[in-house]
Design a protein around this ligand. Structure first.
Ligand SMILES: NC(=O)C1=CN([C@@H]2O[C@H](COP(=O)(O)OP(=O)(O)OC[C@H]3O[C@@H](n4cnc5c(N)ncnc54)[C@H](O)[C@@H]3O)[C@@H](O)[C@H]2O)C=CC1
Ligand SMILES: O=C(O)[C@@H]1CCC=N1
Length: 285
């Protein structure tokens, strides 16, 4: 993150409404990256036990009062499950100032639906991060709401850039992002587990197999990101004529790995769109 981006977060009070997996990934990433101090973060949640855990781990303030959190925060991150977003928005109105920025991470909940439940003119950003934010390797897409300023987009960009990479996209593409990078860590974990199982099947110990599987996925991703080379070319560099890699690749092609991955992204994107329609209908009621 550049100094300019870091400066965008300086002194901002960031409130997380909902202290679950995604909120913790962002909090931990933000604190590890040193772009915010624990005094700049507060979390609200229904569960006192969960709040105590977050306080102990990160030294951040906590509350069970969502409205008090919205009063305190300059940047309010909505990090509850999509299904309950409709219930938590209206009570926040009294605590929101016109200069506050609201950032939603809720999968599938459209800007239009969120804005319908927030005070008129609320500066809103919709985002789709992923859990790799916890190790500063997140992938996030953000879209500006109707009243968000360029500066608001930059504040959101700085927040997510502190914990990984960011793209700014039109909202119409966020279901696609949810299907790919938002849900993607789950797909890759399945692959790491399966690769390690493969290693065990051919005689490796479980620990060595898991380490080699995870490091291979990490290294391959880093190789593509840092060289910017087409993945097909990088694949060819591993694949000698009549060699081992082509034998493995042939098996993956026979099993339909590419088609299955494409279908998985599409299925998750469709589910995100479906959730969005349900949420929109609920929020307009
Ligand atoms: N987990 C993931 O990989 C990703 C999640 N998201 C989005 O992040 C949001 C949160 O997801 P997770 O953190 O996975 O869920 P989670 O279930 O781990 O966390 C949600 C938290 O909200 C709290 N909560 C429930 N009702 C509340 C209320 N009325 N007031 C305050 N807190 C309340 C719960 O006690 C829980 O701690 C969802 O909208 C999801 O779509 C987005 C990208 C990736
Ligand atoms: O499955 C879910 O609801 C969340 C949204 C994006 C990733 N996981």
């Amino acid at each position: 993150m550049t100094e300019r981006e870091e400066a965008r977060l300086q002194g901002r009070k960031i409130g997380f409404l909902g202290g679950g997996n995604m909120a913790e990934a962002l909090i931990r990433g933000l604190l590890h990256s040193d772009s915010v101090k624990p005094e700049q973060i507060e979390v609200s949640d229904l569960k006192a036990e969960r709040l105590a855990e977050l306080h102990t781990r990160y030294g951040i303030a906590t509350t069970t009062d969502n409205e008090a959190l919205s009063r305190w925060a300059d940047v309010l991150v909505i990090a509850v499950k999509p299904q309950i977003v409709d219930r938590i928005l209206a009570p926040l109105a009294a605590g929101l100032a016109p200069s506050d920025v609201v950032i939603s991470v809720a999968a599938g909940v459209p800007i239009e639906a969120l804005e319908a439940r927030l005070p008129a003119g609320t500066r809103l950003i919709r985002s789709m991060p992923n859990t790799a934010a916890i190790v500063l390797a997140g992938a996030t897409a953000i879209s500006a709401g109707t009243h968000a300023t360029t500066e608001d987009v930059e504040v959101a960009r700085a927040m997510f850039q502190a914990v990984g990479r960011v793209v700014v996209l039109d909202e119409s593409l966020l279901d696609a992002v949810t299907g790919l990078s938002g849900s993607g860590p789950a797909y890759i974990m399945l692959m790491i587990e399966a690769l390690a199982d493969g290693g065990v099947k051919v005689g490796l110990g479980r620990d060595a197999a898991l380490l080699l599987a995870a490091q291979t996925v990490y290294g391959a991703a880093k190789l593509q990101l840092e060289t910017g080379e087409h993945p097909g070319r990088l694949k060819d560099q591993v694949t000698s004529p009549g060699g081992t890699a082509i034998a493995g690749l042939h098996t993956l092609e026979s099993g339909g790995l590419r088609r299955t991955l494409i279908d998985a992204v599409e299925a998750a994107a469709n589910r995100s769109a479906e959730l969005g329609l349900q949420m929109s209908a609920k929020l307009r009621r």
